[in-house]
Each structure stands twice: as structure tokens, then as C-alpha cells.
Design a protein around this ligand. Structure first.
Ligand SMILES: Nc1ncnc2c1ncn2[C@@H]1O[C@H](COP(=O)(O)OP(=O)(O)OP(=O)(O)O)[C@@H](O)[C@H]1O
Ligand SMILES: [Mg+2]
Length: 233
């Protein structure tokens, strides 16, 4: 039985076809990158998988059950977690207060492990509004990974980070997913980072899957080069 699957996922905003029959499979401990140009439908896809956006058509399956109509809170409680393209820390709380609150709500048994991998130990007593933006992104990430979710859906965890920070963050995500056996979808614009850290890559374009495969073959795919990578390939 598959851990998590999207089948024919279609989302329309009125006349806008944001996603057309998109399919994906997520396995435990496998990091699955999703890349594509602006407006390709990446955030809509994360919203659809996390329960934030109703499907126009298609299904989301979790351990074989159709969970397409289950709300966000149900999914989080049952091991499907997400992060947002924009940072969602509470500015007036300390990092520790914020992480403890999420850990308590989600029965996390080893918060120290997450704090250590993400390098948050030295800033636990700082107020979130006072920490650097890149560190706020790591706090976002920590919150998504707290509670040993089976699946994490990460919408641009590196948005606003410089290239070196992005690579470091993607490596942290990979490490945590491997040691905790989490299946991840990671949306990002850092193509090099995604190719370098993900096990599988899907390219979305105009709401459709252009291709899915291992990073080496996706990078060489002529449709991907033409539609997205261009001279960067
Ligand atoms: N609430 C909405 N109402 C109408 N159209 C929307 C809405 N949200 C997104 N869209 C449209 O749906 C399409 C997909 O948008 P989406 O935000 O999913 O793309 P994206 O790949 O995440 O882009 P980016 O890389 O800029 O974050 C775009 O054409 C966008 O304009
Ligand atoms: Mg987006």
C-alpha cells in the first residue's frame, strides 16, 4: 500500500485551470522535489494535498484511504503536515515557547533532535520577531516536522534565503526526513538545490506534470530544458 498518493488532482479557480490531473506518489523517507515556473500550480498543489484547497476533481489517498474531503486539522493529526510559502511564526513568542506549544499539541517525543539538526539551540530564548529571516524559516520547518508526521508538504521552505542558506536548509530537510522516515514534498525555486538533495523530482508547468523521475534524468529531459531550465540545464 502506498503511503500517500494524489490521483488526477484538478483544481480550477473559476476559469483558471491551476492544476490539471496531477498525480504523485510519496514513499516513507523519500524526498520528492517539485519545481516549475511562477504560476505553475505548485502552491495550489500543496494546498490541495494538505486539505486547504478543495479539489475540483481527483483524489488524495493516505495509506490507501480516500482522504480528499478530510479537513486540514484531521490531516495534521493523522500525520500529514505542511509549511507555507510565507513564514508563519508568531512574532511575539520566543522560539522555545513556539516549538514547545507545537510539540505539546502534536505529542513530539524528541524535540531536541529537530532543534539540533536545524541548528536552533542557541536562539531558543529569542523572540521570533528578533531572529534573522533565515532562522524564522528554520522555525517554520521545525514546526512542520514536529510530531513525527509521516508526510510533510513544504511550500518554498527556502523562499527569501540566499543560495548557500537554501542548500543548507534543503540538506537539513533531507537529513530529518531520512532519520525520521518522513515522506516529503519540497517545492522550491532553487533548482540546483532540489536536484542535489531530492530523491525524485517532478516538474510542473501550466498546472500539469511535465515529467517525474530521478534528478539526473529530469535535468536531461528535453521538454524540461525547453519549458523551464533553458540555458541553466
Ligand atoms: N485564489 C486564487 N484565485 C484565482 N487564481 C488563483 C488563485 N491562486 C492561484 N491562482 C492562479 O493559479 C495558478 C497557479 O498558482 P500557484 O500560486 O499555485 O502557482 P505557483 O507555482 O505556486 O507559483 P509561484 O512560483 O509564484 O509561487 C496561477 O495562474 C495563479 O494566478
Ligand atoms: Mg507558490
Amino acid at each position: 500500500m502506498k503511503l500517500f498518493e494524489a490521483k488526477d488532482v484538478t483544481v480550477r479557480y473559476g476559469a483558471v485551470r491551476a492544476l490539471e490531473e496531477v498525480a504523485i506518489e510519496i514513499e516513507p523517507g523519500v524526498v520528492h522535489g517539485v519545481i516549475g515556473p511562477n504560476g505553475a500550480g505548485k502552491s495550489t498543489f500543496i494546498d490541495a494535498l494538505s486539505g486547504r484547497r478543495k479539489l475540483t476533481h481527483g483524489k488524495v489517498l493516505y495509506r490507501g484511504d480516500d482522504i480528499s474531503t478530510r479537513p486540514v486539522v484531521w490531516r495534521r493529526r493523522h500525520g500529514i503536515s505542511r509549511s507555507f510559502q510565507k513564514t508563519s511564526v508568531f512574532p511575539s513568542m520566543t522560539v522555545r515557547e513556539q516549538l514547545d506549544m507545537v510539540a505539546w499539541r502534536n505529542d513530539e517525543d524528541n524535540l531536541d533532535e529537530i532543534v539540533e539538526v536545524l541548528g536552533l539551540g542557541s536562539i531558543l530564548d529569542m523572540v521570533c520577531s528578533e531572529i534573522a529571516y533565515g532562522t524564522q524559516r528554520s522555525v517554520d520547518l521545525a514546526m512542520a516536522l514536529i510530531g513525527r508526521p509521516s508526510v510533510v508538504l513544504l511550500d518554498e521552505p527556502c523562499a527569501g534565503l540566499v543560495a548557500a542558506e537554501s542548500i543548507q536548509t534543503l540538506n537539513h530537510i533531507r537529513h530529518l526526513c531520512k532519520i525520521r522516515d518522513v515522506g516529503a514534498i519540497v517545492v522550491d525555486h532553487n533548482v540546483e538545490g532540489i536536484f542535489g538533495t531530492c530523491d525524485v523530482v517532478t516538474v510542473l508547468n501550466l498546472g500539469q506534470v511535465l515529467t517525474t523521475g530521478d534528478p539526473v534524468s529530469v535535468r536531461k529531459n528535453p521538454d524540461v530544458v525547453r519549458a523551464y531550465l533553458g540555458s541553466a540545464a
